[in-house]
Design a protein around this ligand. Structure first.
Ligand code: ADP
Ligand code: MG
Length: 676
């Protein structure tokens, strides 16, 4: 593997300047270069005649440069126009804002372009998306790779470099699959795969190469997960045997009957808890599906069996809310509950730490403060992690390390297809709450342009008069917290003074003290505040059933999963609920998100839409798992390869040292797995 780690800077014809450009596209070693997969390909044989181009068509054309000129539009955009001739006619190829290309467009130069046709009368213009200067290389090859470039890199230079690397370094690339396995699953060898992904001999060769490399990535990822799981799974876990009626008693105190889906997942969880093997289970259920009640019963079971339980939430507000709910559910049952967050006072914290380690606390609820080293338990039997997607695998493991091998229940609203879940959460078993509690009405969702936002606030004012409550959310702009607070504070004043006169308006943001946040949330829950202006601190988990209006300002700044989570704050009670998305989407993608939100209410279908919109790289919370480092595999489309890789992974005991090395090189930015 060491040879593959060689810096590209030392390759023939690269040097410090070009290597700096390569770094910009994430390539610093020979290994990176091999995995620098072409963005597309073109074949010399698949070009159209200029004379036959039609308006609106996507086309590929090859021709000779006859003239080139650079202009500036009134808005300051640079426009490069190149007159191109083939044997049938003449067209103008147009590039926007790439003035530096002018130097390459010498008269007589042969070029290939791909783009969109704008035609009227006898005038044909092509807005170029991809281009290539034809040279000796291109002419000799049937299919030419097109790489993503930045200024300072040319296709030609990259292709040359790739050729060198393929001939000199590829032979050192190790083979992960045995011959036997490769043959059985019809996978080409890794060297063939790299050769044909960069310079495909033909279409079939390309497809085989792609399949092998996608499989390689996923297999390696699965092996990493397996390793991680193995290193954290001690065989011995606690057997939970109830000593009293606590589970039944808590069930009686729930203000509702469990749904059939909730009962089913409870049975699955209980069976795990009763077994000697430590539980590692993911409880998945859409926003509002009622995961908290299930968690409460699991906690009751642990306590009833003589163990302690811990419950971790991603925000202070949510931890506080869980603490309040649990206090209600366990009311009068003579158990000891405590809350530990980053803002718990020093003296109180010390008291809690002592009590937890003496076994005097039955349930400790908290934020990630729970995974700090000083927190010790006498007998930690169960760990519940809420909104799992907010935590990394590693943080989960840290909390698990607090006991001998406590049972672990992680909860998430992120709906992931089963095959994908096996890869993303490869170390977990899966329980799904697939139905919402009865009587839920879908939240009507309305998109409004910014200049129409008064409509939302007029509606809100009328509804407030009938006793409704409303959330108003403004986005968090990560780069500048000050700005966020300013935006929230301004919005707060606007509401207080003008938009919701006569009603009580509250402000909530991440910079407030925990006690202040708790007080505001209490007032909102109790109804003495009618309008809650907030940053996204309320995004996950917050539960105030009487709130029926959600207004999201600058909605275009949020991703689909966030919008869905936010919308999930309403539609939890009797009132018909509505969600207003106010925004000014500039990109087609942002506009599409708004559209999808108004049409789709089901989290699972939204996730699918999100997957096809953005690709799996950004898929709800998948990013943190390192899966965005997949260069070839597409989790949305390659579900068959996902499955194949899982099958292949079963043939491996774990990662031996060179394979571990390989894994670290490939997924170098996933320290939570790589470090183990
Ligand atoms: P999530 O799964 O998003 O964490 P919660 O646990 O916060 O959802 O539950 C959402 C709301 O649904 C809460 O107000 C809760 O009291 C209510 N709820 C949960 N289960 C039921 C049920 N079986 N019947 C009626 N309401 C329920
Ligand atoms: Mg929840």
């Amino acid at each position: 593997m060491d040879v593959l780690r060689r810096e590209v800077q030392f390759l023939k014809g690269v040097g410090p300047r070009r290597s700096a450009f390569l770094k910009r596209v994430g390539v610093s070693t020979v290994f990176d270069l091999l995995w620098y997969i072409p963005r597309s390909y073109y074949s010399r044989n698949q070009v159209q005649n200029i004379a036959e181009l039609e308006d609106g068509q996507n086309c590929q054309v090859k021709g000779t440069v006859t003239a080139a000129s650079l202009k500036r539009s009134r808005r300051g955009m640079s426009i490069l126009q190149v007159l191109l001739r083939d044997s049938t006619g003449v067209a103008t190829a147009v590039w926007f804002n790439q003035p530096f290309l002018l130097d390459h467009m010498k008269k007589g130069q042969e070029i290939w372009i791909k783009g969109k046709v704008k035609a009227a009368y006898s005038w044909v213009e092509i807005h170029v998306q991809e281009y290539d200067l034809m040279d000796q290389d291109s002419i000799n090859r049937p299919v030419i790779p097109v790489y993503a470039l930045t200024e300072g890199l040319t296709q030609k230079a990259l292709r040359r470099l790739m050729e060198t690397v393929l001939s000199e370094y590829l032979p050192h690339y190790p083979e992960l699959l045995g011959e036997e396995m490769a043959r059985r699953f019809e996978l080409v060898d890794i060297h063939q795969a790299f050769l044909n992904i960069h310079f495909p001999a033909d279409r079939t060769a390309y497809q085989k190469a792609r399949r092998r490399l996608a499989c390689e990535e996923l297999l390696l990822f699965n092996l990493g997960l397996k390793q991680f799981k193995a290193s954290h799974q001690t065989q011995r876990g606690y057997i939970h045997r109830e000593q009293d009626q606590l589970v039944e008693q808590v069930k009686q105190q729930l203000p509702f009957q469990l749904t059939a889906a909730q009962q089913r997942v409870c049975r699955e969880i209980f069976a795990d808890m009763e077994a000697a093997r430590p539980m590692n289970r993911l409880l998945q259920g859409d926003v509002g599906a009622g995961k908290t009640a299930v968690a409460a019963l699991a906690v009751a079971k642990a306590i009833s069996s003589g163990f302690q339980a811990a419950m971790m939430a991603p925000t202070e507000i949510l931890a506080q809310q869980h603490f309040n709910s649990m206090t209600r559910f366990f009311h009068g049952l003579n158990r000891s509950l405590a809350l530990l967050t980053g803002s718990t006072g020093k003296a109180q914290r010390q008291e809690i730490l002592t009590a937890a380690s003496n076994g005097e606390i039955d349930l400790l609820v908290g934020t990630h403060a729970l995974i700090q080293e000083q927190v010790r338990f006498a007998a930690l039997g169960l760990v519940v992690v809420d909104e799992q997607h907010r935590f990394g695998v590693r943080q989960r493991a840290l909390l698990g390390d607090k006991g001998i091998s406590p049972d672990i229940l992680v909860m998430s609203a992120t709906p992931i297809p089963r095959t994908l879940a096996l890869t993303v959460y490869g170390d977990l078993d899966l329980s799904i709450i697939d139905a919402l509690p009865p009587g839920r009405k879908p939240v009507q969702t309305v998109f409004l342009k910014r200049e129409q936002r008064f409509k939302a606030y007029n509606f809100m004012a009328k509804q407030l008069a009938t006793g409704a409550q409303c959330y108003v959310v403004c986005p968090l702009i990560e780069e500048s917290e000050k700005q966020d607070l300013l935006a929230a504070a301004t919005l707060y004043e606007e509401l207080r003074d003008r938009l919701a006169p006569g009603f009580k308006v509250g402000l909530l943001h991440g910079k407030m003290k925990a006690a202040e946040k708790a007080a505001i949330m209490d007032s909102f829950k109790g109804g003495s505040i009618q309008v809650l202006v907030s940053t996204t601190v309320i995004e996950v988990g917050v539960d105030v059933p009487n709130a029926s209006i959600m207004i999201i300002e600058q909605a275009e700044r949020f991703g689909l999963s966030q919008l869905h989570q936010l919308r999930g704050r309403v539609g939890r009670g009797e009132r018909a609920s509505i969600c207003f998305l106010i925004g000014d989407p500039k990109s087609p993608e942002a506009l599409r998100r708004m559209y999808l939100m108004t049409r789709i209410h089901d989290g699972y279908r939204l996730a699918q839409a999100d997957l096809s919109l953005r690709g799996a790289g950004d898929f709800w919370g998948v990013r943190q798992h390192g899966l965005h480092q997949l260069r070839v595999a597409d989790l949305a489309r390659d579900s068959d390869i996902v499955e194949l890789s899982q099958k292949l992974a079963q043939g491996f005991a774990g990662l031996n040292p060179w394979q571990q090395d390989y894994f670290n090189m490939k997924f170098k930015k996933s320290p939570h797995i790589a470090a183990n």
